[in-house]
Design a protein around this ligand. Structure first.
Ligand SMILES: [Zn+2]
Length: 335
């Protein structure tokens, strides 16, 4: 399937494709009993995709959703990791942030090592993108492997860092059971058709006592989003600016592709991890911080206000005092 000739990503104009769709049950509890959540949240061409919310477990998901062939074609788009990926939230190209992101990931890995009491073993990243976390891992002495569905990103990380990346889905990756000490799935699970099977596979790939770190967005499936949806007309649009509105998913008519076909919350993600055999070691909420806001060397008053707002929300979410916009769970394979 070739979406590329019909569409140039979320900001493109010529969209004539009619994607195949299919109705689906809840990916967490398998019930087929949803209520409407938000109509027309995403689109491919002229076809709009609605979000529904499972009445039994609370999972928010796209239903009907694009077929797996259509979804896979979305990730073939060379622009996925440039403007498709961050949906206009950041002002810089993801690949141009190479040095900055590798340095950040070295700190992130140091934190993971402390949390899991693991050092420099075998690391697997599902959804390795440009390979920046894996490269940071290698610099810290880990043996690293990645799985990446986007061909341009997989090629980039192999070429740029010589990394061993499986191009495609986890289910076809040729890795032996019990061959990793740490697995990371950062902003991946919300893209998957069968998150239960993905987690079961990750469980099998880890050695007993090994850890999985899962990070998912949980903002759309939250009281924040529902509140902002009601207050939409009252949002100070000029003050917040286009990027922050994009982060809040209120950036106007251009709905973007349905990359996030699932949106978890703490209960649904915990339930899935336990069902896959994991024990929960730690859960942490946070808010995604728009990087460009924090890099400006001579910030305006508006930028400083926004920084303060994001930093405060982030701190309160990490302390568990506010509902999380993003969740990170450290899970452990028991035996
Ligand atoms: Zn459900």
């Amino acid at each position: 399937m070739d979406l590329e000739s019909h569409s140039r990503g979320p900001q493109g104009t010529a969209r004539r494709i009619e994607p195949a769709t299919e109705p689906v049950a809840c990916a967490v509890c398998r019930a087929d009993d949803p209520r409407p959540y938000r109509a027309g949240m995403y689109s491919i061409g002229r076809v709009r995709f609605d979000l529904v919310r499972c009445k039994r477990c609370g999972l928010v998901y796209v239903n009907p959703r694009p077929t797996s062939a259509v979804l896979e074609a979305l990730y073939d788009d060379p622009e996925y990791y440039t403007h498709g990926y961050n949906l206009g939230v950041e002002t810089e190209n993801y690949f141009a942030r190479k040095h900055e992101l590798i340095a950040q990931y070295e700190d992130t890995l140091a934190e993971y090592e402390r949390e899991t009491e693991t050092r420099a073993g075998d690391l697997l990243e599902l959804g390795s993108a440009g390979g920046f976390l894996l490269e940071a891992g290698r610099r810290r002495g880990w043996r690293v492997k990645g799985v990446e569905i986007s061909p341009p990103a997989a090629e980039y990380s192999a070429r740029e860092f010589g990394l061993e990346i499986h191009r495609g889905l986890l289910e076809t990756a040729p890795y032996a059971e019990q061959s990793f000490d740490l697995a990371v799935a950062d902003n991946v699970l919300e893209h998957t058709l069968r998150p239960d099977e993905v987690l079961a596979r990750l469980h099998d790939l880890l050695r007993p006592g090994g850890h999985l770190i899962v990070i998912v967005p949980s903002y759309v499936n939250s009281a924040w989003f529902r509140g902002f949806a009601h207050l939409r007309s009252l949002l100070p649009r000029r003050f917040l600016g286009r990027q922050v509105l994009a982060l809040l998913k209120f950036d106007g008519e251009d709905a973007g592709y349905p990359y996030h076909i699932l949106e978890f919350d703490r209960a649904t993600l915990t339930r899935l991890l336990r069902a896959a055999g994991f024990e929960i070691a730690k859960t942490e909420g946070s808010v995604p911080l728009p990087a460009h806001l924090f890099k400006d060397k001579s910030p305006t008053l508006r930028t400083r206000c926004l920084r303060f707002m994001f930093a405060t929300l982030d701190r309160l979410m990490r302390l568990g005092l506010l509902p999380a916009a993003r969740l990170r769970i450290v899970a452990r394979r028991v035996r």
